[in-house]
Design a protein around this ligand. Structure first.
Ligand code: SIN
Length: 505
């Protein structure tokens, strides 16, 4: 369907005209079951990162004001009083319907993700399915939110531990997974009987608003899901974290912003779950299957062009297999990589999201090469494709004094660092204040346990570069945040435990 030359698929209007369901394109906010404009009259443009700014506008979206947010929070509180009383089974049915609707509209949703995020169509389709799987998962969890009956130390008393929904949730999401980062939070919120105020990233509000449309189609009660785009991330972050009507905030984004939000939330002591930055180590031991490690490294490092929190950021390779691994990695990239507009057939990797990302990638490459790293693959900007395109890049001879090993690149650069012993590499891998994901390849089962236990991260991929799915408890340690999303643990952050003592039994 998309087998056309690069230049003929560049118009957003053209792509939007191919939608089976044009209703999915919304530009107003979804509040209390209605589509509303901003009371301030402010709007902002959403641009396609694969195109120059002058040609890239996809749509103009309402930028909701503080007063719109306050009103939505009031509505969400009113809706919570009703929604919290619904049964888990009825909420499961709503979630099941949302899952079905996402799957039914998967192609249009994927096109929308490509337009505003830039990732290739196949990846975007993968994201739609990944996002929908959280609704499916939480539809299965919703009827199984159990409490406990606890024997009291007083023989006349019984203690009940009840699980109750926490209330109105503020959901702040990033641009790298415009659908999945919402559904992973919203699925748990709906399953538990909470209501939500969602602020999608200003780069990618259209996918979020399309979800609002599907909530409407699924007959989610008014006020349970509210989606308010805004160009003022800092202002909305402050409003959400300080508003007494918000009981919990779930945020996916950078560690720096997480720290600001946490300080702001202290005034009202909100429950928080934060999924923040990473600096994932990826270790290739001398006993690894090198072909598998190469595939794992490409999967982990270059997914979404390096723009995920769980992407490998530092690739440690044992000195005995360094030559073999680096040669095979470069050969595989040469064979498989096709950079370009995500709507063109065969494209495997798209643009970076914006100028800031390009700048960081350039800074990391330039700092590393100045300090002695050599470019084994790629290494350049690709202006002939567009201002946000950068080669997938492999750097050899990288050392730990280089910026790229100290900061999350959030871009398509794989730095290879030699090591000589397990003890040394564990120390190097743990030398960071963040700990989201970590990966390693080894065929020694004893080492698999040792290293999995020793790495200071929240999630491990042992002999795999792909870990994400709805069943995985997703989250980090240290300055990568706290709380777990997805999985059976994902409900906990949206629940409170109420203890009831029944006396004189
Ligand atoms: C993220 O980058 O924050 C999420 C990645 C994932 O869910 O796999």
């Amino acid at each position: 369907m998309f087998r056309r030359s690069y230049s003929t698929v560049t118009s957003s209007a053209q792509v939007l005209s191919t939608f089976k369901n044009p209703e999915l394109l919304k530009t107003k906010a979804f509040i209390n079951g209605s589509w509303v404009s901003s009371t301030s009259g402010e709007k902002f443009d959403v641009n396609n990162p694969a195109l120059p700014l002058s040609e890239g506008k996809i749509a103009t979206v309402e930028s909701m004001s503080d007063s719109d947010y306050n009103q939505a929070i009031d509505q969400a509180r009113i809706s919570f009083d009703k929604f919290k009383k619904t049964s888990g089974r009825s909420r499961a049915e709503l979630l099941e319907e949302l899952y079905n609707l996402m799957m039914k509209n998967q192609e249009d949703l994927a096109k929308l993700v490509v337009l505003e995020n830039g990732k290739p169509y196949a990846d975007a389709l993968g994201e739609v399915k990944y996002a929908a799987s959280f609704f499916k998962w939480f539809s299965e969890e919703a009827p199984r939110i159990y409490g406990d009956i606890i024997p009291s130390s007083n023989s006349k008393n019984r203690i009940l531990a009840m699980k109750q929904p926490i209330g109105v949730c503020g959901i702040l999401t990033p641009w790298n997974f415009p659908l999945a980062m919402i559904t992973r939070k919203l699925g748990a919120a709906i399953a538990t009987g909470c209501t939500s105020i969602i602020k999608p990233a200003s780069e990618t509000p259209l996918s979020a608003l399309a979800l609002g449309y599907l909530c409407e189609q699924a007959n989610i009660p008014a006020g349970v899901v509210n989606i308010l785009p805004s160009s003022d991330a800092a202002g909305v972050g402050k409003l959400i974290t300080t508003h007494p009507g918000i009981n919990k905030v779930s945020f996916t984004g950078s560690t720096a912003v997480g720290k600001i939000l946490m300080k702001q939330a202290a005034g009202t002591l909100k429950k928080l779950s934060f999924e923040l930055g990473g600096n994932a180590p990826f270790i290739v031991f001398e006993d690894a299957n090198i072909d598998d490690a190469v595939v794992g490294a490409i999967t982990s490092k270059f997914r979404s062009s390096g723009q995920t929190c769980v992407c490998a950021n530092r690739i440690f390779v044992h000195e005995d297999v360094y030559e073999e691994f680096s040669t095979k990695l470069v050969a595989k990239l040469n064979e498989t990589v096709e950079l370009g507009n995500g709507l063109v057939d065969g494209v495997t990797h798209g643009p970076l999201i914006h100028d800031k990302s390009m700048k960081k990638v350039r800074e990391h490459i330039e700092d590393a090469t100045l300090k002695g790293a050599n470019i084994l693959f790629g290494g350049s900007k690709r202006p002939e494709l567009g201002q946000h395109f950068h080669d997938l890049t492999v750097l050899g001879n990288v050392s730990t004094d280089m910026l790229i090993t100290q900061e999350e690149t959030f871009g398509p650069v794989a730095p290879l660092i030699k090591f000589s012993s397990e003890e040394e590499v564990i120390q190097l891998a743990n030398h960071t204040n963040v700990g989201l994901a970590g990966y390693f390849f080894s065929n020694d089962i004893r080492r698999v346990f040792r290293v999995a236990e020793a790495l200071n991260v929240g999630m491990i991929g042992a002999n795999t570069g792909g870990i994400s799915e709805a069943a995985l408890p997703f989250g980090g340690v240290a300055e990568s945040g706290f709380g777990r999303e997805g999985s059976k643990y994902g409900l906990d952050d949206y629940l409170v435990t109420k203890s009831v003592v029944i006396g004189d039994v």
